[in-house]
Design a protein around this ligand. Sequence first.
Ligand code: NAP
Length: 308
Amino acid sequence: MTPIRLALVGLGKIARDQHLPAIAGDKRFTLAAVVSRSSGVDGAPHFATLAELLASDVTVDAVALCTPPQPRHALAHQALAAGKHVMLEKPPGATLSEVEDLRQVAAARSLTLQTTWHSRCAAGVQPARQWLADRAVKAVRICWKEDVRVWHPGQTWIWEAGGLGVFDPGINALSIVTAILPRPFFLARGVLHTPSNLQAPVQAELDFTDAAGAPIRAEFDFLQTGPQSWDIEVDTDDGALKLTHGGARLWINDHLVYEGPDREYPGLYTEFARLIADGSSDVDVSPLRHVADAFLLSERVSAPPFIE
Ligand code: NAP
């Protein structure tokens, strides 16, 4: 089997923490190049821009885009135009229209486009989906609260237009609930708290309703100090389900029933290899659509200035 020659674009926190180890541990891929404005990786040809890589004599089959969302569409478009398969970090773009454009370009060129939602690969998510499939959901509570100063130091793009603010982690919760809940759900009302010196919300409270009227409450908070929460609770007609630790642990009626190792990024690369082999794509914007709805429908509240 010839490995897929992959270029990694954007060498920030997620590329170093997760993509590089996942690629190194997967025989189906080889790191053929790195595109970074600032640094390189030992053993891989380094380019300052994607255009320089594509114009070089280094051959790549696919690119994984690990930049912030704002520059992602232009990079993805460039890669697809050059005939490369594309993996998009979450969120897949800064707007829904961008992702739709990429979907069409990839389809027209018979290339693979993958919108990744790493939290869906957390150990408890698939078992949760199966457990919920034949139960009636009565209520859902999402509590996604983390300290931005601990988890995102120096990431100024998060606070700029298109950076999503607290929805950068919050979209992970939405990626899980869109995967596990058996019925579609819709935003009814929301409140976004945006620091007066920034462009993106630092806190959000969202009230959704599912197609049968069950309430789904989401609380996202970037200012949480002390214990951090990445939890989803689902009440059903036949017991209560809880996913904690970002989906890694599954509890049924307060008993821990499933806890797996962290295989989120290896899982994404397994799926990318499968899609390329099948000649297919996976383009799911449902978590980003809920975020767009929140920006469309929510009340705005001005929050105190945020100084990192
Ligand atoms: P980051 O640490 O700020 O890294 C992003 C990298 O992208 C930068 O280091 C830079 O790398 C490159 N880049 C290219 N154009 C840029 C621009 N206009 N502004 C800023 N950086 C630019 O961010 P990250 O945490 O890795 O997040 C990147 C993406 O992965 C985001 O969409 C995020 O939601 C997602 N993600 C992050 C995490 C996490 O835990 N941090 C988890 C899952 C997913 P070079 O200097 O090498 O060019």
